[in-house]
Ligand binder design. Sequence first.
Ligand SMILES: NC(=O)c1ccc[n+]([C@@H]2O[C@H](COP(=O)([O-])OP(=O)(O)OC[C@H]3O[C@@H](n4cnc5c(N)ncnc54)[C@H](OP(=O)(O)O)[C@@H]3O)[C@@H](O)[C@H]2O)c1
Length: 370
Amino acid sequence: MKLRYKITGAVLLLVTAGVAWLGYTLSHDSSCGQAPSLPGNAELMKAAVHRCYGPPDVLRVEDIEKPTPADNEVLVRVRAAAVNPLDWHYMRGKPYIMRMETGLGAPKNPRLGVDFAGTVEAIGKNVKRFKPGDEVFGGKFGAFADYVSVAEDQAVALKPVNLTFEQAGSVGIAAITALQALRDRGQIQSGQKVLINGASGGVGTFAVQIAKALGAEVTGVSSTRNVEMVRSIGADHVIDYTKEDYTQSGEHYDVILDNVANRSLLDNRRVLNAEGKYVLIGGGGPDAGPWIGVFAGPIKALVLSWFVSQDMGMFLADLNQEDLAVLRELMEAGKVTPVIDRRYKLSEIAEAIEYLEEGHARGKVVINLE
Ligand SMILES: NC(=O)c1ccc[n+]([C@@H]2O[C@H](COP(=O)([O-])OP(=O)(O)OC[C@H]3O[C@@H](n4cnc5c(N)ncnc54)[C@H](OP(=O)(O)O)[C@@H]3O)[C@@H](O)[C@H]2O)c1
């Protein structure tokens, strides 16, 4: 009996020590490292890098080695990139659990950015879909740089002919998320009532237009200063959240796309039709709890959906070439037009991310590459 207690105690001690070690390791921030020295003959380019985790002032613009496209890759001269909340997650290494992938203590890959638009400068010997001079857009990690190298079958597609590089560079993550969340997860049907909470931000401004293109009756939720902008991009109704709580309106929706997660799941359920879908895509800024802050909503939604008739859950986007082509068609048909809020230079990347972190962007924040 005594031995069993001893063994149980030892196991508990080991588990506690293991959890404490994991907690310390995941949350530990190493100090900022130096840029590695480069081979003398290396071709260089400018890129935004962070050699430690932290707030925007850890960002630097450095000369790093210009990529050489592999046999199946295209080398894109980036003309414009866009900032997404994903960038500050990488920059801060939060939630901590993501560091198991991005690097313990400090980032394994110091580069940042995903959305881009630019011109194909060179191609690998097996590339068939693109040629030098093509104007393209898409998503590739490390896009806050003069060049990115992308596999030809990954998230890269010909740029919509009617869009500027700035506009096309702002499409990637936000528009793909809006499209997939509404079409695939929300399964929007023509004539359905759709509410978009956070209609004036990066994802929201695409979501309003895509939901309209899919034939929905759209209600957007925004602050007072954005009401007219959200109406101007096609929303049939706009709720000013400073004056009215959409979960208390008495109106019912077939799909709620939630970019903000500032109302409880039960409140959202109250304004969903019996077979309605609540699609949670985000919420929570840099001050959210670094451990489970951003996961609390999805976990609760998963549990709640087991007990109610509505479908409630988290959605994660997948950047792919097919959906970039769908978006290109919508944009060339004039059904979707990116909304650009602010423009920054690469040297102002810290200011750009700091602005996005405030949580009140009106559409997209773009980085112009000089
Ligand atoms: N799951 C995925 O795959 C995925 C993909 C992309 C993004 N996300 C997440 O989705 C979220 C939104 O991304 P984003 O790019 O659209 O961010 P964003 O561009 O920073 O937009 C934030 C928007 O939230 C609005 N907002 C703030 N407080 C609000 C409130 N109380 N009620 C209604 N709206 C409010 C702001 O509008 P006002 O200025 O009018 O307040 C602003 O327009 C982020 O959490 C992001 O991490 C998830």
